[in-house]
Design a protein around this ligand. Structure first.
Ligand code: FAD
Length: 277
């Protein structure tokens, strides 16, 4: 079973210390890799491409002997910009990438390039130096023209050279199983690893889910809302729900689990322990 943990580049010295603590604690579960996001949430800074922060965090984690790998976005980047990032990651010894179109301000509206183009660029520039993961959407990407168009887009990314798919998070097991079936029927043979988001905050999960189109089932929302002022009870509820989801996914034969840790370790560690990992 392939376990992986996702982190974002911290913005403060305190955040850096907290991330290293989180990564150190989660390393005890022996993840295959730890991935570092790139400009997630649509942050922009024209002077500094978002991969610069990803690279800095990747270096810190690798200096602490973690197998950190980058997320790379294309947004409106030129081919030369993509190559510059790839050269840095090759020099760092990263052997895997998560290749994404990227979020832009306003939920990505107006972006003209796609993750498929990014995968083509990576293969053109770096041949087989990287294993490439791309994103999949069990509950359909919010900008997809239709569920079928979304699966066709996934197939194009894999045909362009991706080795695996990591999904957006979800709390409906059947949405994932249905997505996996549809992908297989469309000819996507690459392993599909579910993305797992621990439930640790009512307001945060509502905000994320509104932006990325992941559904929070009514019963989960009701519980989180009722527990919003009792953090311990909320996390306990979330750990129970997400542990069961993960156990069901493992029973359904998924190749691994990819945790969106939000740079926090407690809930992710509790779920991993519940699963006997
Ligand atoms: P694409 O695969 O290019 O597609 C996006 C949507 O556009 C899909 O609905 C697709 O069907 C549609 N589409 C694309 N091309 C066409 C076409 N020709 N015709 C019709 N429809 C089309 N964002 C970040 O900014 N940084 C990160 O580090 C990051 N990490 C992520 C990690 C994972 C595992 C996941 C699941 C998402 C991550 N994201 C990240 C979010 C991601 O960037 C957004 O979901 C983005 O809106 C889409 O990226 P994509 O790579 O799926 O894009």
């Amino acid at each position: 079973m392939r376990l992986s943990f996702e982190y974002f580049p911290p913005r403060t010295a305190r955040g850096e210390t907290a991330l290293l603590e989180t990564a150190r604690r989660l390393e005890t579960f022996r993840p295959e890799f730890s991935s570092v996001t790139c400009g997630a949430g649509g942050s922009t800074d024209a002077e500094r491409p978002p991969w610069r922060s990803t690279l800095a965090t990747l270096r810190q984690l690798r200096a602490n002997r973690l197998n950190a790998v980058p997320h790379l976005t294309i947004r409106e980047d030129s081919e030369a910009g993509t190559k510059e990032a790839l050269d840095h990651y090759l020099a760092e010894g990263a052997s895997r990438l998560v290749a994404l179109r990227g979020d832009a301000p306003g939920a990505g509206a107006g972006l003209t390039q796609s993750a498929e183009t990014l995968v083509q660029r990576i293969r053109r520039h770096s041949a087989d130096a990287f294993e490439i993961e791309v994103a999949g959407y069990p509950e359909v990407h919010p900008q997809a023209a239709s569920p079928a168009a979304d699966i066709e887009n996934l197939k194009r990314k894999v045909d362009a050279g991706a080795d695996g798919v990591i999904t957006q998070y979800f709390y409906n097991l059947s949405a994932f199983l249905h997505f996996r079936d549809r992908a297989r029927r469309a000819g996507v043979e690459a392993p599909i690893t579910p993305g797992i988001m621990p439930l640790v905050s009512f307001s945060r999960i509502l905000r994320f889910s509104a932006a990325c189109g992941a559904d929070i089932p009514r019963w989960i929302r009701q519980h989180l809302e009722a527990l919003r002022n009792d953090q311990d009870a909320l996390v306990e509820f979330g750990v129970e729900v997400v542990s069961r989801l993960c156990a069901d996914l493992l029973a359904a034969g998924v190749p691994g689990l990819h945790f969106y840790t939000l740079n926090q370790w407690r809930a992710t560690a509790a779920i991993c322990r519940n699963l006997g990992l």
